[in-house]
Design a binder for this molecule. Structure first.
Ligand SMILES: Cc1ncc(COP(=O)(O)O)c(C=O)c1O
Length: 401
C-alpha cells in the first residue's frame, strides 16, 4: 500500500488484497494444515518455488504461514514501513533477531529485564559478550549489535536513535530498535537508521491484554527471507487466534495510541508541574491540603519523555506526534510505593502495558533490577481527569488530608 496513505487507513485497508471471501470482518482460521490443489498440474513442491511465486493466499502448514498471521503481517509491514514477521512473543522475536545476526558482542542498556534473559541464553550458547549501551564505538566490531530500547522500560524516557545508528554503522555493526513503547504513529526507527525494528506486540498491537505477540521488521530482503526460514525451525509463530485478535486490534491502533499518549502526557505534566512548584510551606494549614503539597509529600519524581531534558532537538524530531503512554513515578519511600496500587480504583495492579485499561505496577514485583520506590504506569483509554482524581485521592491518604 502506498506510503502516502495515513496510518489509520493502512490499519483498515493494507490487507484488502487478502480478501478472498465476502466477509467484512476477517474469518478466523484455526486449521494447522491446508489442502493442496486437486489439479496435479498446479502442484509445485515448496523447494521449486521462488520467493516471488509464493502466494500469500496459499498455505501449507501453520508453522510456516497461516491466513490470520499473514493478514496481520501485511498490515504491520505497511505500518512499520519494512517487511514484518510475527512471533509468539516479544522475547521470541528478539531470539529470532539474534539467531539471524549471531553477534559476538551486544551493546545494551538496562531496559526490559527479559531481553537480558534472552541475551544470557546466547551467552551460554555462543559466548555472546554484553557491553554497556554507552560503550565506545571502538568496542564494537563488524557484525556486532546495538540493542536500543526506546522509549525505555520502565521509565518511558527516550534515546536518540540516529546517534546509536551512526555509532553502530561506523563499525559495521547493526542497530536493533525495540520500539515497543512507541508504536507506529509515535516513532519510526527506520527513519533514523535502525536495521531491525522489534516490538513486543503483546502491548500496543494486541492492545487489549489478551494476546502474546512479537514482531520484527526489516528493509533487508535477504534478512527477511532468512528470518522467515529460521522461524519455520524455531517454531515460534503466533497462534491463529492471537493473530486474529491482533488484526482486530490494529484496526484501532492509531486512535488508541493518540488518546493513550495524550492521557499519559497530561498526567505527567500535572505531576511534574506540581513537583516543580516551589515555596510550598509544608505544615501550613492552607498549603498542606493543596494539590501540589499533597503530591510533593508522596512523590519524589516523575519520568517520561515529555519532561525529559535533552541536548538538541532530536526528541521532537524523532517523536513529533507525542510520547509513549507509559511513565514512571518514584515515591518518597518504599512503603508508599508498595501501598499506592491498593488505594486506586481505575488503575489495576498488574504487570505489562499497552492495553486499553490503565495498569500500575510496583515494578519490583516483576523486575528485581529497579529501585523499590518505583511504580510504572501504563495509561489506558479512561478519561484522564478521572485517573488524575484517583491518583490525587490516593496521595491525599499518604498526606493524611
Ligand atoms: C520493551 C520490551 N521489550 C520486550 C518485551 C518482551 O515482550 P513479551 O512479553 O511479549 O515477550 C517487553 C515486555 O514487557 C518489553 O516491555
Amino acid at each position: 500500500m502506498s506510503g502516502s496513505v495515513g496510518n489509520s487507513t493502512q490499519s483498515l485497508h493494507a490487507d484488502d488484497v487478502l480478501n478472498v471471501v465476502s466477509d467484512v470482518a476477517p474469518p478466523m482460521h484455526l486449521s494447522t494444515t491446508f489442502r493442496y490443489s486437486k489439479d496435479p498440474a498446479a502442484l509445485v513442491p515448496f523447494a521449486d518455488l521462488s520467493d516471488t511465486q509464493i502466494d500469500p493466499n496459499t498455505h501449507v502448514y501453520s508453522r510456516v504461514s497461516a491466513p490470520n498471521q499473514t493478514r496481520f503481517e501485511t498490515i504491520l509491514s505497511s505500518l512499520l514501513k519494512g517487511s514484518a514477521l510475527s512471533y509468539s512473543s516479544g522475547l521470541s522475536s528478539l531470539h529470532a533477531a539474534l539467531t539471524l545476526l549471531n553477534p559476538r558482542r551486544i551493546s545494551v542498556g538496562e531496559g526490559y529485564h527479559g531481553c537480558h534473559g534472552v541475551i544470557a541464553l546466547f551467552t551460554r550458547l555462543t559466548g555472546l559478550k554484553k557491553l554497556p549501551l554507552e560503550c565506545e564505538a571502538n568496542d564494537l566490531e563488524a557484525g556486532d549489535v546495538i540493542l536500543l530500547e526506546t522509549p525505555v522500560n520502565p521509565q518511558g524516557t527516550a534515546f536518540d536513535i540516529a546517534s546509536f545508528a551512526e555509532k553502530a554503522h561506523s563499525r559495521g555493526a547493526y542497530l536493533i530498535v525495540d520500539s515497543t513503547f512507541a508504536p507506529p504513529g509515535l516513532q519510526d526507527p527506520f527513519l533514523w537508521g535502525a536495521d531491525i525494528v522489534m516490538h513486543s506486540g503483546t502491548k500496543y498491537f494486541g492492545g487489549h491484554s489478551d494476546a502474546l505477540c512479537g514482531v520484527l521488521a526489516t528493509r533487508n530482503k535477504e534478512w527477511y527471507s532468512q528470518l522467515f526460514e529460521d522461524r519455520i525451525f524455531l517454531g515460534s509463530l503466533m497462534g491463529n487466534m492471537e493473530s486474529w485478535l491482533c488484526v482486530r486490534s490494529l484496526r484501532t491502533l492509531e486512535v488508541r495510541i493518540q488518546r493513550q499518549s495524550e492521557n499519559a502526557t497530561r498526567i505527567v505534566k500535572w505531576l511534574h508541574s506540581a513537583l516543580n512548584k516551589r515555596n510550598l510551606q509544608s505544615g501550613s494549614e492552607s498549603n498542606s491540603a493543596s494539590e501540589e503539597a499533597v503530591i510533593q509529600a508522596a512523590v519524589a519524581d516523575v519520568y517520561h519523555a515529555s519532561v525529559q531534558v535533552t541536548e538538541g532537538d532530536w526528541l521532537s524530531k524523532q517523536m513529533p506526534n507525542g510520547f509513549g503512554p507509559v511513565f514512571s513515578i518514584s515515591m518518597k519511600n518504599e512503603e508508599f510505593a508498595k501501598a499506592l496500587p491498593s488505594k486506586l480504583h481505575f488503575f489495576q495492579h498488574a504487570t505489562s502495558l499497552g492495553g486499553v485499561e490503565t495498569l500500575i505496577e510496583w515494578r519490583t514485583m516483576s523486575d528485581p533490577s529497579v529501585d523499590r520506590k518505583l511504580l510504572r504506569i501504563s495509561v489506558g483509554l479512561e478519561n484522564w481527569e478521572d485517573l488524575k482524581g484517583d491518583l490525587l485521592g490516593a496521595f491525599r491518604q499518604f498526606a493524611g488530608v
